[in-house]
Ligand binder design. Structure first.
Ligand code: BGC
Length: 741
């Protein structure tokens, strides 16, 4: 829901003393008497099972399945049977249909408004940090960890899978998404979704589509041409859906080319269900439904109905079906799609069983993601890794004595055992409870002390640059933790570190150049002091064991291998939109964001097109080792296949992420990531890597055909360590053809 910007209407019934237990059991497993319930025959396909079951249902039962509530006692008492979470759709006992118990989201199981008293969960690092690992296995493991925690807490739908392309680093949900490239984002989202669904929990993919900024998200119209859309944001969804097969798609709040995304026939019926043959169901975002006719545009289920102006998919839909205004067959299709996903992902056959969770094991997954997602941005004179025999270490700021920062909004995870620091950040009404800066209980200070037991390690907050500089002056090493908090519902106004942190870093670096800056940010920020400090780590929002992960990288127990999933622009002036559209408009005033400015050239492609040098390019990241590439071969035909050797030329074991980019498509200049590999190598070791391009990345979308038009000709590629550092090149001929849309 829009916790921040939406005023909450209606009476507030705070259900005193409500617990998960009072809320009832999650979902009663269906009685397995196959002869009475032929849809319980597991030998049948999910489609056949859904069809059999749906044909048994009454009109009222069908209607019941296509709308659900926001299951917190904020807008009324929560329904019996609801566990308490973002969403609930009651089951139908007569037919053994389990309830849908829906929880947010991509970084862990949430507990909005503490509806399940004290029920914390394991927080993965931000999704952007998962993307920064460029490690598909870790994306899968993270998704599986959350899926398993969801299931053991009684949930069967995870509202995860945020894959909106990062078109603007100031987007308040940058941390919830997987960066700026459709291939990287699509592949990583697909893996996370697969991981979740392997635990018998349906994952959504969201927010479909072009919800690329939070300012005016309920009203703005995202303007984009069909070809540009297909080659960018929609391609990320398409790849993730193909690989992850999410049971549900959540449509977005915003309008696309003037039409609301949840009532967008072109997006839902034509592209998603038509061209892509998507068999699952489309659920609305919480408060994104405005008309019963969205059913004919392809929306299958209304979510969080208290947040819409009416329960459109309740009585109004029933009446429309009875009058024939909306065909009964359409309602059947809506229900079958929901049931099909429920059968396909085990909701009938493997219903959740509430049980104890091994939080230590799950935190270890979060730590692995953080360790591989930290990006070493600068290391002047090899300041890192730190020596363990440093005598005096000064740690400054960022509440590093207590924990690590997390991003806020519907994805906010409350740590197991509670947050060591939780700071109210303003706001009015009941939704203000959400406007909180939450730290996870993983203290970098403590972890640093553990690494250097003989050093004197002192901490000072970041309130006064003069005091911090005075303490830092004689230290062997200074580590400054700099934070940028982000929250759903608001964009950050610019790319600076807030609260005078730049001045603090300048003041400290001026007296002690042995300064490391650890960034805990939602996304890219400006680093005006970059050349005055010794080293910089991007640690994003590093999750449940972020402190330990940071210390492991600082002291070299982990060799950094994260790579930027987003370009770090030098300043907003380099962006397609130097100002955030709508930022200064009065709330409620509709406006348009023109994404045709960059079209499908999002992020690094925009920088390549404009020939502008960013602060750090997409794909960039240093290591404590060094890697070299050789013997590249490129073969053509149906697509491009690129093979090469990667050698660890340094003195330490480590992982590298060689990346293959298209640079020329049959005579047209292009810069597009075609593939990558994450390779772990001992010093001196060599590995041969092969990357095969998805032909859609070589093609242009032809909206008239429609399809992906691959021109006959020579295609050139470059191999490099980032989008700004191409070392080897090659080319080959590819045959021309039209691929299905
Ligand atoms: C967010 C979704 C979220 C939903 C339920 C909305 O505000 O946009 O991402 O899943 O709330 O909490």
């Amino acid at each position: 829901m829009s916790y921040v910007s939406k005023s909450v209407a209606g009476a507030i019934f705070l259900a005193a003393g409500l617990t998960a237990c009072d809320a009832g059991s999650p979902s009663k497993p269906a009685a397995p008497a196959v002869k009475d319930r032929p849809w319980m025959d597991t030998a049948l396909s999910p489609e056949a099972r859904a069809e059999r079951l749906e044909s048994e249902m009454t009109l009222d039962e069908r209607i019941r399945m296509v709308h659900g509530v926001f299951a917190v006692p904020l807008l009324g008492p929560i329904l019996p049977g609801a566990l308490g979470s973002a969403g609930f759709v009651p089951g139908i006992e007569r037919l053994g249909i389990p309830a849908l118990q829906e929880t947010d989201a991509s970084v862990g199981v949430t507990n909005p408004f503490d509806v399940r008293k004290g029920d914390g969960a394991t927080a993965l690092p931000s999704s952007l940090m998962t993307a920064a690992t460029w490690n598909k296995d870790l994306a899968y493991q993270g998704g599986a960890m959350i899926g398993q925690e969801s299931w053991k807490k009684g949930f069967n739908v995870l509202l995860g899978g945020g894959v909106n392309l990062a078109r603007d680093p100031r987007n308040g949900r940058t941390f919830e998404y997987l960066g700026e490239d459709p291939l990287l984002a699509g592949v990583m989202a697909g893996e996370a979704i697969r991981g979740t669904q392997d635990q018998h929990v349906i994952s959504t993919i969201k927010h479909f589509a072009l919800n690329a900024q939070e300012t005016g998200r309920m009203i703005l119209s995202a303007k984009i041409g069909e070809a540009a859309f297909r080659e960018s944001d929609l391609l990320a969804f398409q790849i993730a859906i193909e690989n992850g097969k999410p049971g549900s798609v959540m449509c977005a709040y915003n309008r696309v080319n003037t039409v609301y995304a949840c009532g967008h026939d072109g997006l839902l019926n034509r592209t998603l269900k038509g061209d892509w043959g998507y068999p699952g169901w489309v659920m609305s975002d919480w408060g994104a439904l405005h008309d019963v006719n969205y059913a004919t545009a392809g929306l299958d289920q209304q979510s969080g109905e208290q947040l819409d102006s009416a329960v459109f998919f309740g009585e109004p839909l029933k009446k429309a079906v009875e009058s024939g205004e909306i065909p009964a067959a359409r309602l059947s299709d809506m229900v079958r799609r929901i049931l099909r996903s429920m059968f396909a992902h085990g909701l009938f056959d493997n219903p959740p069983k509430q049980q104890e969770i091994d939080y230590d094991a799950n935190a270890a997954v979060a730590q692995r993601v953080a360790e591989e997602g930290i990006v070493l941005l600068s290391n002047r004179g090899g300041m890192l890794p730190l020596a363990r025999d440093a005598k005096r270490i000064v740690v400054i700021g960022g509440h590093a004595d207590a924990g690590v920062l997390s991003g806020a909004g519907s994805s906010q995870v409350i740590p197991v055992g509670g947050a060591p620091v939780s700071i109210a950040m303003g706001g009015e009404g009941p939704g203000a409870a959400f406007v909180k800066m939450v730290f996870h209980a993983s203290s970098p200070l403590k972890a640093i002390k553990a690494k250097a037991p003989n050093a004197e390690v002192r901490f000072i907050d970041d309130a006064y640059p003069s005091a911090a500089a005075a303490l830092a002056r004689d230290a062997d090493v200074v580590v400054i933790f700099a934070t940028q908090w982000m929250i759903e519902g608001r964009d950050v106004p610019d790319m600076t570190l807030p609260n005078g942190q730049d001045a603090l870093i300048e003041a400290v670096a001026a007296v002690n150049p042995h300064t490391v800056v650890v960034l805990e940010t939602g996304g890219p920020v400006q680093l005006p002091w970059l050349n005055k400090v010794g080293a910089v780590l991007a640690a994003w929002y590093p999750g449940a064991r972020g402190g330990e992960a940071i210390a492991n990288v600082l002291f070299g127990d982990v060799n950094p291998s994260g790579r930027l999933p987003m370009t770090f622009p030098a300043s907003p002036a380099q962006l397609p939109r130097p100002e955030i559209d709508g930022y200064t408009l009065p709330p409620g005033e509709k406006f348009e964001v023109d994404y045709d400015v960059e079209g499908s050239d999002v992020g690094y492609r925009w920088f390549a097109r404009k020939n502008v040098k960013p602060l750090f390019p997409f794909g960039f990241g240093l290591s404590y080792s060094a890697f070299a590439y050789a013997n590249v071969t490129v073969t053509g035909g149906e697509t491009l296949t690129v093979s090469f050797d990667v050698r660890n030329t340094g003195a330490r074991a480590g992982a590298d992420v060689p990346q293959v980019y298209l640079t020329d498509a049959a005579g047209i200049k292009r810069t597009r990531l075609l593939g990558w590999s994450k390779v772990t190598l001992e010093p001196g070791a060599v590995q041969r890597v092969t990357v095969m391009a998805d032909p859609r990345l070589l093609a242009d979308f032809d909206a008239g055909a429609p399809g992906w038009r691959l021109r006959e000709g020579t295609y050139a590629v470059a191999l490099g360590a980032s989008a700004g550092d191409f070392t080897l090149r090659g080319e080959a001929a590819v045959s021309g053809r039209l691929l299905k849309p």
